[in-house]
Design a protein around this ligand. Structure first.
Ligand code: 5GP
Length: 236
């Protein structure tokens, strides 16, 4: 299989076509953005950390019966994935209040909530990814009722698997963002990435933030946090 033309360049990744219609190559960049592209920078080795951590976690989820786009890690930064049509939703799963939920609802960061929260945002940079509900999703034909049920069920199962896994490496999985895609035969599978860019990870003992919030909030030791996640997940 050969990498051919650049299909798409996003804020954190490039996606290339290959000579196989059904496969793409994702290449992870060190570029970092926040607040819908307003804050820009770079995090050394971020691409390599996110690629390897995401592939490791997707492998773990596959073992639990969650279908993902992962096919094969090619090298430190590049991975072969199944081509999908991305469902234009950001699915956010929250176990502990933080970030935009804390601001919106006036809950102090770190507040334990009685149950898990699932949120949907419309994936649209021009609009700043506004939060929407299931009625908007059907009204705008972003996903069918059956697809959204699959997405919600899979998101909650992913949360159970990942929360248990991260607890085993002494990390609190505070919240995270998922994206799903449709395969050519119409199945919903997990796509995009699961990494310190897309999750909030807090050390269970110290509460130290080990994710992109260090970049968003200028907390320093950004690279160290990404390396710590790599070390705890892959033992590297
Ligand atoms: P919040 O809505 O609190 O800003 O984010 C909730 C969770 O989803 C955080 O773990 C955050 O990293 C992730 N998240 C939400 N929107 C985005 C996004 O546009 N890009 C990335 N990389 N992560 C996001």
């Amino acid at each position: 299989m050969k990498k051919t033309t650049l299909l798409y360049e996003g804020k954190a990744k490039k996606v290339f076509k290959t000579d196989d219609e059904e496969k793409l190559i994702v290449s992870y960049k060190d570029d970092a953005t926040a607040f819908n592209g307003v804050k820009k920078g770079s995090i050394e080795e971020k691409g390599s950390v996110n690629n390897r951590v995401s592939n490791y976690l997707m492998g773990l989820l596959e073992k639990e019966g969650i279908p993902t786009h992962l096919i094969e890690e090619l090298n430190e930064r590049e991975t072969v994935v199944r081509k999908v049509q991305i469902v234009p939703l950001e699915v956010i799963v929250r176990n502990i209040a933080a970030g935009s939920l804390s601001k919106r609802l006036g809950l102090e960061e770190g507040t334990k909530m009685a149950s898990t929260v699932l949120e949907y945002c419309y994936k649209n940079d021009d609009l700043g990814d506004p939060m929407i509900n299931d009625y908007h999703i059907y009204a705008m034909s972003l996903a069918t009722e059956e697809e959204l049920k699959t997405i919600a069920d899979m998101s909650l199962k992913i949360n159970t698997t990942l929360t248990t896994y991260f607890a085993s490496i002494n990390i609190e999985l505070v919240d995270f963002k998922l994206e799903f895609g449709r395969t050519s035969d119409g199945h919903i599978i997990l796509a995009d990435e699961i990494s310190p860019d897309t999750c909030r990870f807090w050390d269970k003992n110290t509460g130290e933030k080990l994710d992109k919030d260090r970049f968003r909030r200028d907390l320093g030791k950004v690279e160290d946090a990404y390396q710590e996640i790599l070390k705890r997940t892959l033992g590297k």
